[in-house]
Design a protein around this ligand. Structure first.
Ligand code: G3P
Ligand code: CA
Length: 232
């Protein structure tokens, strides 16, 4: 069965990248939850954009604001911008956690958070999947945490697309659904890579991804997607 990963949590029904969206995805029993991570001035914040205005009532760049300021903001329907620690404690070991690094700096601290939460038994190594469009960051991270699963994100299909994933020792390649075809999927799989497609919300797109043989899909509507998959 194709894996269902909740994109920014169950973000079609709850404010994206919030604990409400995470809890809803957990209730549904998804195979994993994808969340966006950014640096704020003194910590990490779970938010997609570099600017606060689209998803919160705050202003300014996320990386220029303190965690204390971010904690005062409304991220939709009374939800807050979660911290990385809140994500780990909320999800625990219940499902896979795909952290997508956006504008994240000072990754030493990111690594130490991961190690500390694993040591405390809050999360485990096997459930983590770290992805980014910044493959240099992924390379750095893989050197720091050789055991971690790396997801090479691609916005298009670069020449030698699967080789770079190989050079990262990636677990998976994450492709835009609009650029995927059967050949790419077969080739990536022959190199031992899992293929995940984003962002797949419509039934016809789900059908197409199944035909292509992708391993998993990121969807904003995990509940509806799981119900559809049970019917077909
Ligand atoms: O990780 C897949 C997908 O989330 C990448 O694009 O813009 O939704 O973060 P975006
Ligand atoms: Ca993302």
């Amino acid at each position: 069965m194709i894996q269902v990963l909740a994109h920014r949590g169950a973000s079609g029904s709850y404010p994206e990248n919030t604990l409400a969206a995470i809890e809803a995805a957990l209730d549904i029993g998804v195979d994993g939850i994808e969340l966006d991570v950014q640096s704020c001035a003194d910590d990490y914040a779970i938010i997609h954009d570099t600017w606060l205005d689209r998803t919160t009532n705050g202003v300014g760049r996320v990386n220029e604001q303190s965690q204390a300021y971010l904690a005062t903001l409304d991220a939709g329907k009374g939800q807050k911008i979660p911290t990385l620690q809140q994500v780990f404690t909320t999800i625990g070991t219940r499902t896979d956690i795909n952290l997508e690094l956006k504008h994240t700096f000072g990754l030493d601290k990111f690594v130490s958070y991961i190690e500390a939460h694993i040591q405390q038994g809050i999360i485990n190594r096997e459930q983590l999947l770290i992805s980014s469009f910044d493959h240099h960051q992924l390379l750095w991270l893989k050197q720091k945490l050789p055991w971690v699963r790396i997801g090479a994100l691609t916005a298009s299909i670069p020449i030698h697309y699967a080789q770079f994933a190989g050079s990262l020792h990636a677990y998976s390649i994450h492709m835009d659904k609009n650029f995927i075809n059967h050949e790419y999927v077969l080739d990536a799989k022959s190199r031992g890579l899992k293929v995940f497609a984003y962002t797949v919300d419509k039934q016809q797109d789900i059908d197409m991804m199944i035909d292509y043989g992708v391993d998993g899909i990121f969807t904003n509507y995990p509940c509806q997607t799981k119900m559809y998959l049970q019917r077909i």
